[in-house]
Design a binder for this molecule. Structure first.
Ligand SMILES: Cc1cc2nc3c(=O)[nH]c(=O)nc-3n(C[C@H](O)[C@H](O)[C@H](O)COP(=O)(O)O)c2cc1C
Length: 206
């Protein structure tokens, strides 16, 4: 099939997110200018560069309390955020923190998550997540939006510090089977890692 994205696709659900999958889940912790913590998952998320390490998340629309999601508001104001990696063991807590709570509510408390101090920035980290990346905002870019009420925004961050739990490090490498990250697919679907295999580049040999 083919459809123009500004016309009806005649499918029961929009297939776009299933076409760009799996997407890692950046579980973002921020703090408001008045000190209220906030945690929410974002699957429009990825790494962008290694030297220096940079990543992005994209925020779509708002919620019933505000046209701007708390994560975007907090990052705009404080210029800092932590990306924690969502794991299979924490899938329910991750999902609970996606609830459209009032800005005065800290979703970490609702989800029973222990938060611990970061080293370089103010927002706290999710203790049980095995990987935390402390980020400083570099750019915010307005994306195309179908309506003024549903703004789409890309947030770019410089990863200034990375925490890795010692128990997922094996011989100096991050063991992703131990991390067991989850990813978002389309619809209500999620996935864990399948088989891990290696490709050896012949142009790097010899
Ligand atoms: C697995 C998962 C991935 C999500 N990815 C995104 C995303 O990429 N962008 C977005 O705007 N919302 C995404 N959401 C929804 C937000 O987490 C949700 O709107 C949340 O309430 C925002 O919280 P905040 O207002 O505290 O920032 C996702 C939800 C789930 C469960």
């Amino acid at each position: 099939m083919f459809f123009k994205t500004d016309e009806n696709h005649n499918l029961p659900h929009n297939p776009f997110k299933a076409c760009v999958a799996p997407r890692p889940i950046g579980w973002v912790s921020t703090v408001s200018p008045t000190g209220i913590g906030n945690v929410a998952p974002f699957s429009f998320f990825n790494g962008l560069a290694q030297n220096p390490p940079q990543l992005m998340i994209a925020i779509n629309g708002g919620n019933k309390h505000s046209p701007t999601k708390d994560t975007l508001y907090n990052i705009e104001k404080t210029k800092e955020f932590v990306v924690n990696i969502a794991t299979y063991g924490l899938r329910q807590e991750m999902f609970d923190t996606a609830a459209p709570e009032h800005p005065d509510t800290d979703e970490a408390v609702l989800a029973g998550l222990e938060m611990i101090d970061s080293i370089l920035i103010k927002p706290k980290r999710i203790q049980k997540s095995p990987i935390h990346m402390e980020c400083r905002l570099t750019q915010i870019i307005d994306l195309l939006s179908d309506s003024d009420d549903e703004k789409n925004t890309a947030i770019f961050g410089h990863v200034v510090g990375i925490h890795i739990h010692d128990d997922v490090l094996v011989e100096g490498k991050v063991d992703l089977k131990k991390v067991n990250p989850i990813s978002r697919l389309g619809y209500k679907d999620y996935a864990t890692l399948g088989d891990i295999f290696q490709l050896d580049a012949p142009w790097r040999k010899g």
